[in-house]
Design a protein around this ligand. Sequence first.
Ligand SMILES: Cc1cc2nc3c(=O)[nH]c(=O)nc-3n(C[C@H](O)[C@H](O)[C@H](O)COP(=O)(O)OP(=O)(O)OC[C@H]3O[C@@H](n4cnc5c(N)ncnc54)[C@H](O)[C@@H]3O)c2cc1C
Length: 348
Amino acid sequence: MAQAAESARTVILTVDDDPGVSRAVARDLRRRYGESYRIVRAESGESALEALRELKLRGDLVAVILADYRMPQMNGIEFLEQALDVYPGARRVLLTAYADTNAAIDAINVVDLDHYLLKPWDPPEEKLYPVLDDLLEAWRCSEYRPVPATKVVGHRWSARSSDVREFLARNQVPYRWYSTEEPEGQRLLAAAGQDGQRLPVVITPDGTPLVEPEAPDLATHVGLATTPTADFYDLVVIGGGPAGLGAAVYGASEGLRTVLVERSATGGQAGQSSRIENYLGFPDGVSGAQLTERARRQAAKFGAEILTAREVAGLEVNGAARTVRFSDGSAVAAHSVILATGVSYRQL
Ligand SMILES: Cc1cc2nc3c(=O)[nH]c(=O)nc-3n(C[C@H](O)[C@H](O)[C@H](O)COP(=O)(O)OP(=O)(O)OC[C@H]3O[C@@H](n4cnc5c(N)ncnc54)[C@H](O)[C@@H]3O)c2cc1C
């Protein structure tokens, strides 16, 4: 029931200034996805943005946005750039004519485009639906999947509250913050049976209150993997910064059974950067959060496991195997281990 209600509110939005094309796209989308998704169509960037803002206010979800490139006033790339601010998790597709493929390729970096489709795409069974099926699947698996938000109740000057918020943000877990000074914060504390002496209190999407949670406990409750599914791997990568994520992608893509272990949040130092200009393949720059999200998705696509909030405390050689020991004493073994632990700065 819950799932049916959820998808009934999930939207695929299409915008094209040519009314005929716009209707044709919407018709093709409805034919295949109409039962599970609401298809919303607009005929200009402005009206599509207005529609997105209305959907946001109503709390609706947007899974995929398809935008025509050549539109007067606001072209498809400009529109998608603004649409990103409203629905950062929606997958983005640009509809282009053959002559505009260079613009589409540029857009891959500017708006983190997921795909561009050449018009016309007949038959849709071959050229449109397989692309959309993949994007909808990726959207469903992404960090932006529709979860009721985690709530954090704390004091704004409390270091523990700040740590929890940073952990959730860096792991791209959506949460809502309530100060103990506001009535809703007080109401939530009362509902959780707390008097505010021990903060923060995190209320998970399924309504479980966690009082002063440690990172591993928090990670498990918000849906991040913390436990390896096997005892033995081909490759264990320690550290989830760009180097570790890169190693996990290449290991897993070569068919190695790979697990990446990160003690805090994937992205490492780079995850905290607002714009990285010198990363290969991103001539227009990319934010650390975007780079991390894409790298995580890429690693997961090839089957790498990613464990968060697990600290490695020891490495032993046992014959041909290497044993990686976690700080809680548990262990995992592998043929090979890559240390990608970056740097940590000594603090005053
Ligand atoms: C704010 C900021 C902006 C930056 N901007 C740029 C830029 O624009 N261009 C540029 O070239 N560089 C930039 N850098 C530097 C760049 O981010 C780093 O060089 C890069 O992140 C190093 O990658 P790494 O994977 O080797 O290590 P890190 O990013 O340091 O990642 C190492 C990871 O290993 C984890 N780890 C460590 N020990 C353990 C353990 N025992 N168990 C489990 N996990 C562990 C850590 O938690 C961390 O996540 C920036 C750095 C910062 C902080």
